[in-house]
Ligand binder design. Structure first.
Ligand code: C2O
Ligand code: CU
Length: 465
């Protein structure tokens, strides 16, 4: 096979040849007998994957799949998913990342599902909530490991009226990060992984290394990109095919925006339309991005090929254009109050070795402590201040927010477009201002979505009353 990177090794292991056809994520079957209801079962359990020739890699999977099966439901649907925790000895949960579910259905660390037990998660998908969400475990202290071992899946909420032409398709691309030991197993986290977040040796797309997609010349494809890695920042561009941003975490933006490149931090999603007008291969590649790194062993972030689209010389049928307006987004009203969240890292050597702290407003996460109390229905201005040496992607549960400004060294810039977001990167030295309104009472988490930082304390509890 030409084009295989046989030097692609993960600590001495050769991955299975690249170049297989892109696998569409299997759909989670809806067992409901009536319209308006989505009913299914998700079992988290150990499984075996084959990433390298002759080597079995023990992983964790939902219904035997990693990434987990794709959940597709419509705005207005009621969702009832029975979660069976069969991973072994540990508690787990399912957190519906970005989805506006009631607090007691949110799968947060206060609400663990004990090993060997089941629970039903039930919620309604509100009108207007169409978007690219995902699901992953969120148990106390074990989230990072359960996710990198394989537990993560995409949850797409569709709208019955969608302005994006159906001819563009709708392809979900879940990006994950893999590191293998020489024996094919996944090594545990090192001290460097805990500090920097675990960054592996290979970025996989729907579980595959550099899969291939074939399209006709002139084709347009709608792609939903998910950064489901623990800690890898993905600055991406298609070599040979122009990209247009059409959506963010919480669905379509107001109007399409052409983009030379995109940056997707851990936990974030972007919806694109890509135009394939030039016959030949168009590759989705990583570009350099300095996210701050402590100590040696900084992994490569540039020059990785994630996906190859082979554009044939047979012209596509004439396609409808992308509409100039996608959907209106009402700006959130003036805030009732403002809050400041300061992210810091502390490193100190003591008798027992290196002591690290990943803190918000000087404190590490304590499940028993409420850090912020807010009122349902009131808009707040949140200022996320990153005084640390690494980028930290900020995520909040329960609602979506609108970023209004980025500030660095006294220079304020507005985002290029208004969007509903649930995760936003806060670069080192930067302050991000966002408007946030919680609608549903109960406890909610906010945290850094570098999952090792979340584990080490960069998380707080918001009580919505
Ligand atoms: Cu995607 Cu609190 O997490
Ligand atoms: Cu962080």
């Amino acid at each position: 096979h030409a084009g295989h990177d046989m030097g692609a090794t993960s600590q001495g292991t050769t991955l299975l040849p690249e170049g297989a056809a892109l696998r569409e994520l299997p759909l989670l079957a809806n067992e409901a007998r009536r319209p308006g209801l989505f009913k299914a079962r998700l079992t988290a359990e150990p499984a075996v994957a084959r990433f390298a020739e002759g080597q079995d890699t023990p992983i964790l999977a939902y219904n035997g799949q990693s990434p987990g099966p794709l959940i597709e439901a419509f705005e207005g649907d009621r969702v009832e998913i029975t979660f069976a925790n069969r991973i072994g000895e540990e508690a787990s949960t399912i957190h519906w990342h970005g989805m506006p579910v009631p607090a007691d259905q949110d799968g947060n660390p206060m609400d663990p599902v004990a090993a060997g037990t089941d629970r039903i998660y039930a919620f309604v998908l509100p009108e207007g909530s169409a978007g690219s969400y995902w699901y992953h475990p969120h148990p106390h202290g074990k989230t990072a490991e359960q996710v990198y071992r394989g537990l993560a899946g995409a949850f797409v909420v569709k709208s019955k009226v969608d302005p994006v032409p159906a001819e563009y398709g709708d392809t979900v691309l879940v990006l994950t990060d893999l590191r293998l030991a020489a024996d094919g197993s996944m090594p545990g986290n090192t001290m460097s992984d805990l500090m920097n977040g675990r960054v592996g040796d290979h970025v996989l797309v729907n579980g595959q290394k550099n899969p291939q997609l074939s399209v006709a010349e002139g084709a347009r494809r709608r792609l939903r990109l998910y950064n489901a890695t623990n800690a890898r920042f993905l600055k991406l561009a298609f070599d040979g095919a122009p990209m247009t941003i059409i959506g963010a975490d919480g669905g379509l933006i107001e109007a399409p925006v052409a983009a030379e490149d995109i940056l997707i931090g851990p936990g974030e999603r972007i919806e694109l339309v890509v135009a394939f007008d030039r016959p030949g291969p168009a590759t989705l590649k990583t570009l350099p991005y300095d996210r701050g790194w402590m100590g040696p062993g900084r992994p490569a972030d540039a020059g990785l090929t994630l996906l190859t689209v082979n554009v044939s010389q047979t012209p596509a049928e004439v396609l409808p254009p992308l509409p100039e307006r996608l959907r209106p987004i009402a700006p959130l009203p003036a805030p009732a109050r403002s809050r400041r969240l300061v992210f810091t890292e502390t490193m100190a050597m003591n008798a027992s070795g290196m002591e690290m702290g990943f803190l918000i407003n000087g404190r590490a996460f304590d499940m028993a402590r409420v850090d912020i109390v807010t009122k349902a229905g009131e808009t707040e201005l949140w200022e996320i201040v990153n005084q640390a040496d690494m980028d930290h992607p900020f995520h909040v549960h329960g609602t979506q927010f609108q970023v209004i400004a980025h500030e660095r060294d006294g220079t304020v810039s507005k985002p290029r477009y208004l969007a509903w977001k649930d995760t936003v990167n806060v670069a080192r030295g930067e302050t991000v201002r966002l408007l946030l309104r919680q609608e549903r009472p109960g406890p909610r988490m906010y945290h850094c979505h570098i999952l090792e930082h979340e584990q080490l304390g960069m998380m707080g509890v918001l009580d919505v009353q």
